[in-house]
Design a protein around this ligand. Structure first.
Ligand SMILES: [Zn+2]
Length: 71
């Protein structure tokens, strides 16, 4: 994912803003316009519960400027 997109999605990811499908009630995170379970359209944002299990995670690092050193 490119850095600008990561920053745009940062708040909704840290605040666990997802969607709930109005057709099958599945909770979708990160939010998408289409339900991953039934394929129905999702339009309502929902603040998800802050309890659950961690499925996977990623550690992101910002590259630092490296200055050449003389030897
Ligand atoms: Zn659904």
């Amino acid at each position: 994912m490119e850095i600008p997109r990561h920053w745009r999605l940062k708040l909704e990811r840290y605040r666990l803003i997802g969607r709930q499908c109005p057709h099958c009630q599945a909770k979708i995170f990160p939010r998408r316009g289409v339900c991953t379970d039934c394929g129905g359209e999702t339009t309502i944002n929902e603040h998800l519960s802050e309890k659950g299990q961690i499925y996977s995670f990623t550690v992101m690092h910002e590259a630092s400027a490296v200055t050449p050193t003389s030897q």
